[in-house]
Design a protein around this ligand. Structure first.
Ligand code: DCP
Ligand code: MG
Ligand code: MN
Length: 340
């Protein structure tokens, strides 16, 4: 075998990350979302650190890590564990929580509810709980959806969709986005943007329905999980589901996003991510008086007392990713450099 990693087991600080993520699930389970979030941030910070962390002082230099976390990191680095963490007591509940959180269509609230009911396995959930159609697929295909998708396979899914899309309308433009566009070796799902020059959202939405229909007939699409039913042409339409390249391969999560031509740059920026990069872009935009979202970069958005939007504002740029960077006054960052 080639000992190929599934995308997570590779970093120099895996043990630390593993123990800290146990703490994260612990706090999620016990309804302490703020503490859970701080662990999540710390983990992502450690993940980005290319060297082994051995001491508290080294850990303190990373973003999102304070003194108390730093000393925990040192303890894990030197002993392989955390004294504070009673693994025998917490781990079965935390394991169940993690299992349930990994089901497509199940959020933290549901997952916690099930853990508190004492469930520990997927079988129990399947038998005892009333599930939505999407959650049923999520339970049945839990193992499949948990597998990373090799980049090459993501590309193949993109090809199949593009082929069918082109049969329907030569002018459609498709782009595989998300982690694939950021150049990573394996992806959690497949994200595909569909647009067309001169076409409005409403038209492309109709086209999306036909693409989905044909791909389902072909046996490529296996299940629909969610779709935004917005008939509003301004609402970039989405379709979430599962696809499979061939019977010997797992079902994969696939997302289609239909965007109007005029918004393709902003959509590209948003759906390329990653989530943390997006957050920092939006923050930067707002510091400069703009509002950035998946539809465009806006000025003069007027907000009410609770920060709710009172006006849409003026669209400054939506077509070009590059121009959005330019207007915000920062150098263009290629997708491969948006992983943090
Ligand atoms: N996105 C976001 N905020 C969210 C969800 C998504 O900004 N709450 C954006 C950034 C993501 C992109 O959409 O990069 C695609 O979402 P995915 O969940 O598919 O995430 P990735 O493709 O980045 O990673 P993965 O390989 O896990 O699919
Ligand atoms: Mg993705
Ligand atoms: Mn996705």
């Amino acid at each position: 075998g080639n000992g190929g990693s599934m995308g997570t087991g590779e970093g120099p600080n895996e043990r630390i990350i593993k123990v800290l993520s146990e703490l994260e699930s612990h706090y999620t389970l016990h309804s302490d979302p703020f503490r859970a979030l701080s662990y999540r941030k710390a983990i992502s910070s450690i993940r980005r650190h290319p060297y082994p962390l051995l001491t508290a002082s080294a850990a303190l230099k990373l973003p999102s890590i304070g003194p108390s976390l730093a000393s925990k990191i040192e303890e894990i680095a030197s002993t392989g564990n955390l004294n504070q963490l009673d693994t025998t007591k917490t781990s079965s509940e935390d394991k169940a929580l993690k299992l349930f959180l990994g089901i497509y269509g199940v959020g933290p609230k549901k997952a916690r509810e099930w853990v508190l009911k004492g469930y520990t396995t997927l079988e129990e959930i399947r038998e005892k709980e009333k599930l939505t159609e999407a959650q049923k697929v999520g339970v049945e295909r839990h193992a499949d959806f948990g597998r990373r998708i090799p980049r090459e396979e993501v590309r193949e899914h993109g090809r199949v969709v593009e082929e069918v899309a082109r049969e329907i309308d030569q002018g459609l433009v498709l782009e595989v986005m998300g982690s694939y566009r950021r150049g990573v070796k394996s992806c959690g799902d497949i994200d595909i943007m569909i647009t067309k020059e001169g076409a409005e959202g409403r038209y492309i939405k109709l086209v999306l329905d036909r693409i989905v229909e044909r791909l389902t007939e072909r046996g490529f699409l296996k299940a629909a999980l969610a779709a935004s039913k917005g008939d509003d042409a301004t609402d970039g339409s989405k379709w979430y589901g599962a696809s499979q390249l061939s019977p010997d391969l797992p079902w994969r999560r696939i997302d289609f996003l239909v965007v109007p031509w005029a918004e393709r740059g902003a959509a590209l920026l948003y759906f390329t991510g990653n989530v943390i990069f997006n957050r920092s872009m939006r923050l930067l935009a707002s510091k400069k008086g703009y509002v950035l979202n998946q539809r465009g970069l806006y000025l003069d958005v007027i907000r009410g007392p609770k920060r709710q939007k009172l006006t849409e504002g003026t669209l400054v740029e939506g077509e070009s990713e590059q121009k959005i960077f330019e207007i915000l006054g920062i150098p263009y960052r290629p997708p491969e450099e948006r992983n943090a």
